[in-house]
Design a protein around this ligand. Structure first.
Ligand SMILES: [Zn+2]
Ligand SMILES: [Zn+2]
Length: 193
């Protein structure tokens, strides 16, 4: 899959997507597997990068072979389900060197300045960053480690219960039972904030 195809899936071209594209390339090269063997991705952020990973590796949220840990880290782990062969890819890229003027304008942007001068610089900076990520050597971008991991359980199917407040169905492990009544999470938070 080309970068342009991931852009089509994601909706725009951005540095985050470029990272996801490069991460997926490394993952697919480092993990040897036959076509029908399942790959699992564990992502530690929910940035634009994850869209490229879903499009390129076939690890998707809906299939249950994309696991999201909300750690706020640019770390991606891929596991082959059968063998437990895994590769951990951590982003180590230091970023583009900053000149004083663009640094100043970036600071203004962070403080909410959306003037055309600031926006132009931000746009140019993002484009330069994306280009650099796409062109960089993998060693400059990532720290890659091979490891062996046990695999998270397959997406399981659970019975559903009916919430006593909104009357909508909720998967059993996510239902709250309070005073022998069934609540979905949003309704339980309304009565018990
Ligand atoms: Zn994006
Ligand atoms: Zn409810």
């Amino acid at each position: 899959m080309t970068f342009a195809e991931t852009v089509k899936f994601h909706g725009h071209a951005c540095p985050g997507l470029a990272f996801g594209f490069r991460v997926s390339q490394v993952a697919l090269a480092e993990i040897s597997r036959s076509r029908d063997e399942e790959l699992i991705a564990i992502v530690e952020n929910n940035s634009c990068a994850v869209d490229a990973i879903q499009a390129m590796t076939g690890c998707t949220f809906g299939k249950g072979n994309l696991v999201f840990h909300d750690y706020g880290k640019q770390v991606y782990t891929f596991i082959q389900r059968n063998s437990g062969d895994a590769v951990r890819i951590a982003v180590i890229w230091p970023g583009l060197p900053e000149d004083e003027k663009s640094g100043e304008l970036w600071e203004k942007f962070s403080q909410g300045d959306r003037s055309s001068k600031v926006m132009e610089t931000v746009k140019a900076r993002k484009a330069a960053k994306m280009k650099a990520i796409l062109a960089a050597d993998p060693d400059e971008l990532f720290n890659v480690t091979h490891l062996r991991l046990t695999v998270p359980d397959r997406a399981r199917i659970f019975p559903s219960l009916r919430c006593s407040v909104c009357n909508e169905k909720v998967m059993e492990p996510r239902a709250k039972i309070i005073d022998n009544r069934v609540f979905c999470i949003p309704c339980s938070e309304k009565i018990n904030p």
